[in-house]
Design a protein around this ligand. Structure first.
Ligand SMILES: Nc1ncnc2c1ncn2[C@@H]1O[C@H](COP(=O)(O)OP(=O)(O)OP(=O)(O)O)[C@@H](O)[C@H]1O
Length: 889
């Protein structure tokens, strides 16, 4: 993707050959070389030179030329329809500078002054078409290689959400990059010296540290990322003497990244930032950690393959929120489930209470329906892009707050009382907006009456004057028609000529002598009279003055609203949580979910009759059948800690694995779960190695990705983690894969001890349960029928007897010939294997043990207990012969 660094090469003609307007263009372009320059000329934004060529191609609009020689390519978009075009370009990663006319062309006889008033970038531009549950993050990454620290800050300008975090140690960069993947920002600011490429931007040349490809990378000069510059900038913005209050006092890297964001906002002409009234320091360790791979694999918020419907995501399945704030909170909660048992319990208490009462819950949810996007409305007002209609929308939302409070007050358990105590409904502000603005104002100021009656006496009087003036003018039309006998005579208005009398050519003979000619058209002449001029002056002066007063009152109102911004954001935060809790309660009741039992000290994962929430819903919606519930038990402390799951392809192994992760995520989010029961010891991290994530674009093979992900698991998992490994090792030669899977299972079992679900087609692994006491074998059941294999989707204990790959291939429609041939090849292999096994069993001295035949545990135990020093040679020989007999049985 072409993004930053696309600086368009514009050839600059010698100044004396430039027209005055093009001189203005070049000055603006030189000041913003990395932006597409939208240059306002009358009713159009024009683009020139390479900007024009690029934009014409991207937007599929026609390319013309400005001069006769056709040396200056040009294209343009109408001013009033620019928004759509701008958003399209921003979504593709371009930066845009808006060069506006700084004075009214009507009021100046010379060249209109022009200047860049806004710089739009993918991470800072407001996008009205943005989905409610989406965040548009602008992020900054700062690195301190000397102290091995990395800071990440993220800001959603459209909601005012602003947070920062930092990482330390050898893997600081990797963790920071991982965090950026989770945030999925539209734009990332980074120091120039970090920028090594564009689409493939890598840090320190390490493959692992590839920045999210979809984000525009914006390099800023290195000094912006210094604490000396960035920290005072933050303090100044928050009018604070120190950053301790934000939890940033001892986190210089996080604060520096946040400061760099502020710097960038100012550099892109964002001066009104009142709604950015808080900045939160957060640490990944304070929540259930989900690395970017797991978030992707589990399809928590995005479908695995971009472009697919989002119906496969957990977010879609869990989102019956009524407000945009609730939807966004749901998304961020899913990405950061809690690890604080008190917090989870408080949420579950609240959900349980709301779950118990349908009427109360519905009253609350209906009240929430009236709430619009409080945060985004406030942000638009702060950024001065809101018109009167937005302010009225804000007022409507504020007026729905008492209803929400009333509904939420019906509950008292868990979070409810904290959420409703001192809930600020901002009634006085709502009242003030209601009194100041008319009920249905125009979108923009100046496009009709926006300010209500009785707000300003002078304005009321002027409106009266203007109205009576217009009435008098209407009366003139009737009177003059009568006086002249011209029935087609009209009184009209336009912004260039003001009021005039229009008479068609055929009636010109009857024009009275006191009419003054104003303009000649093809079919008509336009006239004025002293009386008309007089009214026109009165009306226009009144209207100018009305516009002035309206603007003044609107600016005052905006200031009053912004003074309450902090209170409003606090209310918005509470509304979001109220909505989230009500949503969880609603889903629990609707889908028959149950309250999970969270245990702080145990490492159990026990579920009965559990369902995968997404697959279950999809099966229901598509009427394809019902989900078969399954149970499971793992205990990292007392065993079994690791379950090996075998069974046919399509049997439901992956679904079972993912279901376990979903249950953990949902439970720790404070949501009820789709199971008859769930008991879970707090999980600190979820690791997944599921399926083959296609990473060829990043230059890594499927196998390499798989091994990198497995390495991350083996190096970082703890006994509290939940690990899901699906078909590990299949991306390479069978025996390499099997050996790696074998060693991984042993390591997980012996060294890590985390709750692990390991789905595999390597049947050899199931023999491990003889040696590994905390390993259990599970299989997905299927039944062979004369017409083919039937999947039962039931998970039961025991190992699958064989793999059924050929039966599944038959279902998939492989040609009969291929199936038959595969069967005979398989038979041949099985025969060879059986012979090998017999050979191993024979007491020949050349017997070769394959690595995958586990030694009998009894033999191992006996050898282990031996005290060789105390044995006579005879005893040793005798033992050897006994052992040999035993393993030959
Ligand atoms: N418990 C269940 N109840 C009903 N349908 C299920 C269940 N589990 C899985 N399925 C259905 O079976 C399909 C295959 O499941 P899944 O992908 O989990 O199989 P798998 O054993 O992992 O297959 P493979 O080994 O080929 O990866 C799913 O798409 C799902 O629709």
């Amino acid at each position: 993707m072409l993004a930053i660094g696309m600086s368009v090469e514009t050839p600059i003609p010698a100044p004396h050959t430039q027209t005055p307007v093009m001189r203005q263009f070049f000055a603006a372009k030189q000041a913003h070389p990395d932006c597409l320059l939208f240059f306002r000329m009358g009713d159009f934004y024009e683009l020139f030179y390479d900007d024009a060529i690029l934009v014409a191609r991207e937007l599929q609009i026609s390319l013309t030329a400005r001069d006769r020689e056709k040396a200056i390519p040009m294209c343009g978009v109408p001013y009033h329809a620019a928004e759509n075009y701008l958003q399209k370009l921003l979504r593709r990663g371009y930066r845009i500078a808006m060069c506006e006319q700084l004075e009214d062309p009507k009021l100046t006889k010379t060249l209109v002054r022009r200047g860049v008033t806004r710089v739009l970038t993918p991470g800072t531009a407001l996008d009205s078409s943005l989905a409610a549950n989406d965040n548009t993050f602008l992020a900054a990454l700062t690195l301190n290689t000397k102290s091995d620290a990395a800071g990440v800050a993220a800001l959603d300008l459209s909601t005012g959400e602003f947070r920062a975090t930092e990482f330390h140690g050898k893997s600081a960069i990797k963790e920071a990059v991982d965090e950026l993947h989770r945030l999925a920002p539209r734009e990332i600011l980074l120091a120039t010296n970090l920028r090594l490429g564009s689409a493939q931007t890598t840090l320190n040349g390490e493959e692992d540290e590839t920045l999210p490809a979809a984000a525009t990378k914006t390099p800023l000069e290195d000094w912006v990322f210094t604490a000396d510059y960035a920290l005072p900038l933050l303090q100044q913005h928050f009018r604070a003497n120190s950053l301790d209050g934000f939890g940033l006092g001892t986190h210089a890297s996080a604060a520096t990244a946040a400061g760099a964001l502020l710097h960038y906002l100012r550099a892109t002409h964002h001066e009104d930032l009142e709604h950015l009234d808080s900045l939160g320091y957060y640490e990944r360790a304070t929540c259930l950690e989900l690395d970017a791979v797991s978030v992707r694999n589990l399809e928590l918020t995005e479908p695995l393959f971009s472009g697919e419907s989002n119906q496969t995501t957990l977010l879609y399945t869990l989102d019956a929120c009524r407000t945009p704030m609730g939807k966004r909170l749901l998304r961020s909660t899913l990405l950061r489930p809690s690890i604080d048992p008190m917090q989870i319990a408080a949420r579950l208490d609240s959900v349980a209470e709301a779950h118990a009462s349908l009427p109360k819950r519905e009253t609350l949810r209906r009240a929430l329906d009236g709430i619009l996007d409080l945060e985004r409305l406030l942000a638009r007002i702060a950024l001065d892009s809101a018109g009167p209609r937005d302010v009225v929308a804000l007022c409507r939302t504020l007026s729905a707050l008492p209803g929400v409070l009333y509904g939420a007050k019906e509950f008292s358990q868990g979070r409810w009382s904290a959420l409703t105590q001192e809930f600020d409904t901002l009634e006085e502000l709502c009242g003030q907006i209601g009194r100041t603005l008319v009920e249905d104002p125009p979108l923009k100021l100046g496009e009709g009456d926006a300010i209500a009656q009785n707000v300003d006496a002078e304005m009321d009087e002027l409106r009266g004057l203007s109205r009576s003036g217009r009435e008098s003018i209407a009366a003139i039309e009737d009177r003059e028609r009568e006086r002249t006998g011209i029935s087609s005579l009209k009184v009209r208005f336009n912004s260039v000529f003001g009021y005039y009398l229009e008479i068609t050519k055929s009636n010109l003979a009857n024009v009275p002598a006191d009419y003054e000619r104003k303009q000649t058209l093809v079919n008509a002449e336009r006239f004025t009279t002293p009386e008309l001029k007089d009214y026109e002056r009165k009306i226009l002066t009144a209207q100018d003055r009305i516009a002035e007063i309206e603007r003044r009152i609107f600016v005052d109102l905006r200031r009053t609203i912004l003074e309450a911004a902090h209170r409003m954001r606090e209310t918005a935060r509470r509304v979001a949580e109220i909505d989230l809790l009500a949503n969880f309660a609603h889903l629990a009741a609707l889908r028959n979910w149950t309250r999970p039992v969270i245990e702080e000290d145990s490492t159990v994962l026990e579920f009965t009759e559990a369902r995968h929430p997404v697959v279950e819903l999809r099966l229901e919606e598509s009427a394809l059948g019902r989900f078969t519930p399954n149970s499971g038990f793992l205990d990292a402390t007392n065993g079994p800690s690791l379950a090996l799951i075998t069974g046919p392809n399509m049997g439901g192994k992956s679904t079972y694995l993912r279901m376990a992760a979903m249950l953990a995520v949902m439970a720790q989010c404070g949501c009820f779960v789709p199971a008859a029961s769930l008991r879970i010891g707090l999980v600190d991290r979820i690791f997944t190695r599921i399926g083959a994530s296609d990473n060829v674009a990043r230059g890594r093979s499927t196998f390499m990705v798989e091994m990198t992900e497995t390495a991350a698991i083996l190096n970082t998992a703890t006994a509290r983690s939940l690990i899901l490994l699906d078909e590990m090792g299949r991306g390479t030669a069978t025996y390499d894969g099997l050996s790696l899977a074998w060693a991984t299972v042993e390591h997980l079992h012996n060294k890590i001890g985390a709750r692990t679900l390991f789905a595999t087609h390597y049947h050899e692994l199931t023999l491990l349960h003889e040696q590994l006491t905390r390993l259990t074998n599970l299989r997905v059941a299927c039944r062979e029928t004369p017409t083919g294999i039937v999947f039962l989707h039931t998970v039961e204990s025991g190992a699958a007897d064989r793999s059924y790959g050929i039966e599944v291939a038959k279902l998939a429609g492989l040609p009969r010939e291929v199936i038959d041939r595969a069967r005979s090849v398989l038979k041949l292999h099985e025969k060879v294997e059986t012979q090998q096994v017999h050979a191993q069993a024979a007491p020949a001295p050349s017997m070769q043990m394959t690595i995958f035949t586990p030694l009998s545990q009894r033999v191992v135990d006996r050898v282990r207990e031996l005290d060789v020093d105390r044995m006579t040679p005879m005893e040793a020989l005798q033992l050897l012969s006994e052992l040999k007999r035993e393993i030959s049985e």
